[in-house]
Design a protein around this ligand. Sequence first.
Ligand SMILES: Nc1ncnc2c1ncn2[C@@H]1O[C@H](COP(=O)(O)OP(=O)(O)OP(=O)(O)O)[C@@H](O)[C@H]1O
Length: 563
Amino acid sequence: MFMETLETLETLETTATVAPHIPGYTMSRPLGQGSSSTVWLATRDMDGARFAVKCAKPGAAGDRATAQVLEDLSREMRLLSDVQHKHLIRVHEVLHVGGMAEGTQGIVMDYAAGGSLANLVSARGKLSIGETVTILTPIAQALEYLHVNGTEHGDVSPGNVLFTAVGMPLLADLGIAAQVGDKPQNPGVGTPGFMDPAADESKDGSTSRESLQPHRDVYSLGAVGWYCLTGAAPEQEQDRPPLSLLVPEVPKALAAALEAALDPDPRNRPTARELGTAIFRSAAPEALDLSGAVHSSVIPELLTRRETLGRSPRQTILWLTRWRRLLQVRRRPVLRRSGRPRRRHDSPRQDRLRGGPGGSLGIRLVALAVVGALVGAASWILWQQDRPTTAMAHQAAMETGVADPGQEAEPRDLEDAQKIKDLPDALSETLRSADPLVAVPALSAVRDMALGERRLDLLDSVNAPGSPAEATDKQLSDYLRGAGTAFAGLRTTLTALTVEGPPQPDHVLVAVTAATSGYEERLASGAVVRTEGAGKPQQLRLDLVRSEGRWWISGILGAVSAG
Ligand SMILES: Nc1ncnc2c1ncn2[C@@H]1O[C@H](COP(=O)(O)OP(=O)(O)OP(=O)(O)O)[C@@H](O)[C@H]1O
């Protein structure tokens, strides 16, 4: 359930109850409230790390007794401790909370700085098709994970879809989730507009495995998708116009997937996995623009924003300048759809993921001009990209079957294996290291080689396919191809490599200090067209995904202090 809107988000601070006291933490501001709890931003005194602390709202539980609210909280804690998925909010501890009702507990969990989907839509209205794909795909994956592990979420709704500062979606609030063998939880509790209308009919009170109804979550996710695209929850089937009437630009496959999820007959609905797959394949994911939808104090740490396509060059420059100032890192504009030649193994679906097989000539010229203008900057800075949020969707493509592994994995695998084999032995070995701190310098060295020797196809062995890093390097390689030049002598030195946050088996953030050497931009004849001095060291974070038995770069983010 969600109660706060963007307007109320900023005013929550003045209206929320007195901040709770938790030894070892300093409470900052309320982040949001549900029917039964208030969630506070808290800073851990020991190390300055920030968390969200969910505290029961005594006396404000409506028709649910406070005891029930507390039971839900401890239940949520137990459930969250049992599950681990990169798109599920992680819980750290449960603590006694003072300053409120006696005996109240607080769940200390990951802080989602990007706020909730409810806030986002309330601030911006309906979202784009690509943003919707970016949000729904990982949430479908989280649901699939829960369902496979015998858990039903029970309240998939806009208030429970949260975002990290880089716009990665996280599913929150397992307060009313049900597990195999549980008695049905809080019948009738959920978020109006997002609850499966068929649920009441199918409740039989049994406590067997059959009492789990994952199709209810599927309905809710379909409703959340509808909400993203239209700005409102779907009506009941008989009162609902087809999605394509409300959103004429919606791809047929996306409309069909969401409408199937909303089918009144649960037996006709896809599973969470099928729904995620269909959504992911329906359109290219796009970064979320969270900038207008978060508390003002959070804006400087956001790493998501709208793409530059569609803005005039002047608007783009002004806008980029503003963002550079905010982020205090040097960035380059991302111009999508820049006419990348097809890879041999590219499928039409990959074309769709990349936004189509080619952009207009105008866009390509602008892209080239911008790259040309920026090419004097150190290449690691050029590598920084602006759309980190799609990393998880690309990762989904490679890892979880949301993509079509049967169609893509094998040819890519073979081609990559061949390219790696052609590298010096030591390099190809370290490239395959399971340790991301070993693999990163190798990836960087291969990239230097690609740019320095104009072996541009090597970039395919560095960047995850379809990732923001690939899109950005593609502009650089297009420039080098067009100019017929290479960055001779380019060397990137990486120091202070550390893994940031808890590493996942298939996803990790590596913080590095990167400095580029001076280099000469040379034509194939050896003629030097430009000389570039050494770059200043830059603090970066590399977003890595693991696939095909090794690490790939999905995105380069500016350094942002975590926690
Ligand atoms: N980890 C978090 N980081 C940032 N904000 C959060 C976090 N968890 C919750 N919030 C904010 O607090 C709001 C309420 O949280 P939540 O839905 O978990 O409360 P609730 O009392 O369980 O709600 P209800 O019982 O009505 O479903 C969310 O919509 C969101 O805006």
